[in-house]
Design a protein around this ligand. Sequence first.
Ligand code: BMA
Length: 884
Amino acid sequence: MQTFLALIVFCLGSVVCINVIDLSSSNSDVTWTFESKNGSITGQGSVPGGIYSDLQKAGVIGNILSGFNDVASRWVAYDSWTYTGRVTINQIPDTDVAHLVLEGVDTVAFVEVNGSPVGSTNNMFVRYVFDIKSQLKASANEIKITFVSPVEAAQLRSEKHFAAPECLPVVYNGECHANQLRKMQASFAWDWGPAFPSVGLWKPAYIEFYNSAIIRSMTSHADKVGAHWDLKIIAHLESSRKRKQIGGRIGASIKVNGGQTLTVDRAFESTTRDDGTSEAELNMTISENVISLWWPNGFGDQALYDLHLRFTSGDSKETYAIHKQIGFRTLEVVEEDISLLPCNDTAGPGLSFYFKVNGYPIFMKGSNWIPANILPELSSDKNTVDELLLSAREAHMAMLRVWGGGVYESDYFYQRCDQLGILIWQDFLFACSMYPADEEFLETVKVEIEQNVINLQHHPSIAIWAGNNENEAALRGNWYFTNPQFMKYKKEYVKLYVDTIKPIVEGLDPGRRYVASSPSNGKESEEEGYISEHPYDPHYGDTHYYNYLLDNWNQNIYPKTRFASEYGFQSLPSLVTMRTATNNESDFQVDSPYSVHRQHSPGGYGFIQDQMNRYFRLDKSDTKYFEKFVYYSQISQAMAMKAETEFYRQSQADWYTMGALYWQLNDVWQAPSWSGIEYGGKWKMLHYFAKSFFAPVLVSPRLLLTHDVDIYLLNDRFVPITGGIITVEFFNWTSTTPMRSILIAANADPLSSIKVPLSIALWKEEINKVFLRFSLVADGVSSSPYNYVFPTPFKSVKGLRQPNIQINVLSNIKATTDGFRYTVEITTDTVVLFLWLETQEPGRFEDNGLVVTDPRITVNYVSNKQMSPKDLEKSIHYDYYMQE
Ligand code: BMA
């Protein structure tokens, strides 16, 4: 009876379906085992899965993110591993095609079915389809995948096709030559992550049986023409390699507003390519009246429409159907002569670089996304993805950059981005390296780009494609000592990103901008032959900016840019998160072997320390030195990112800066990094700050070196700010009652940043005695966070005193969709700096790291646990900044 259990009939809608045998380990009819090369280690394998997670489950290695386990378990990556799947099929379906489909093979592997080789793999981003018709038996079947050690495979390839760098910096504790493999580049270590050179089937695997052809995927192109949308749908069909012709009927239906379903259906016939693929196109004209636009987060709703696509084969009469959700929006990357922009006399020469969505220029606020887990098989975990994307949305982010050292994220990830209005800047997966351009490499890259563009293209969230992370800048800047061979590397660069990748992307997705690198000068880089003289030229394209030598809280250090796609500063994760990696008390020191081991950024703790020393005094003999170091590092980072982000938002006014994506949203382990969210999901102070510095309406001051304060009004809405009054209040450090205030009338156009034509002058004598608070009242502006200028470092302010803080949890608990919302009331008799609330109860404070300048404030706490207000109150403890 195994047959019926193992065979799943894969159905979509009420149509005839194809037969599929799911090979995942959750299917009780399939068993997977793994084995080391010499057979000494065996265990139960997982599909989707990977060797590190399987060895953990088998108890062979400990928690990989604990202590020094990254290096302690490195032997795993030096071995070769075989995964064997066993499945009994009593009766093989009588179809022309029997394909073994491996959605993700990590990475270099040989595939055998019942002892016969059926193929090999070398790219974890490619879906492999093997014809196994002649190997399958109507009885027990064995699928064997032998993975070569990725470290060895990379080394071997590099001996033939070396591409710089020689290796990663030693402090990464990593492995060399990741650039030789089409594998997640960060799995050989990064400056924020450990090396886990994984192997395994990290995505689903199955066998499919059919006679004619299936729709493997679809692309869709919605163009706005007058008062309607031209929707072009392309079905990407796949059949056996033997089939020369595919024919039948192809049809699509889409449900639009008002419950109406629009359909199109036609006969078609086409010749296949050598690999058995072909396309069928359908066109629909849809009135704009039945469509709502898709908008990025903060600018409108995210209307999505169900699109069903169906193919019925002319000969076998089999029907295959797929379903996707699409959105209707226009999006262009505008790179035009900046001098042509109205009223512009401050933005210098050059080109703009901004995203115009549905006809509106939108300043992109957001961050950079790294994989949600260092093990690729776990990176698509829905809860983790949800938590991170919802956090991004809550902080008013409208764009995330899926960075080139990670993976093409899961379908779920992009679906959620569509639903949440998070636009995606999608890098192709090449980062911080030169890359080989030999034939084998380019051939597999072609397949990878084609498959992934086809897979992702229909998502309204995808905004732009970028060929790589920082490789243009690296070559021009001689980061990897490539100057002696500059021309060779340039030729290979152009071969890969321009001659190979660009035409595939533009052919499949003509509507979207492809830039060869991030950062780049966009069109200007193209004119300069793709390796421009100054890839960081502020007059063009996007820039990445890091400078750990200067004071990162000082807005005057930051260079103008058209679009800041990366900038960041490190901090340490909280002790709560660190304790999930070690319980050894002696590890909790900045210079402990453990802390040194986890800091991969050369110069890392030194830079953190330098920045905190500029503002705080922290004595090494302090009994709470480490705890304070962690807390101050988070303040330092949050304040640095606030300063830099607001600088970019302000610069919309004079430089046409149109984006601020800080580095980095999330983390893969409990270690110092640039992230705003710790591994495990806990928000650092930075993420709380992002909620304010990305607020749609914000009064944003800039303290100049002269001690004058310029004031900007930021308005990320489609309506102007009218009747606006900015209040500037002067506080001394001893009281929550302002000493005096100034009222300034200020209005702002929609989607703008304006500089208020009045600066505040601070006297030299008062700068250590006062600070300024900014707020806004304007017609129709329901909320705008307070903002502050602290004119002198906290260590030297005069009058800051110990506050009397009372915490009360009020009795008005509200049940919400995400659990229970508690109101935490905080009262104080004086100014409190960076009040950090903690509780061991599950949940999250909606605000934290608070600068308290009112005698009473309230903060919500959201938890899925119902508890008495008193219990929550008792569990809350806090920290704040006090001078030593
Ligand atoms: C940028 C990124 C990453 C890196 C980060 C912090 O260069 O592209 O490669 O992790 O800086 O150093």
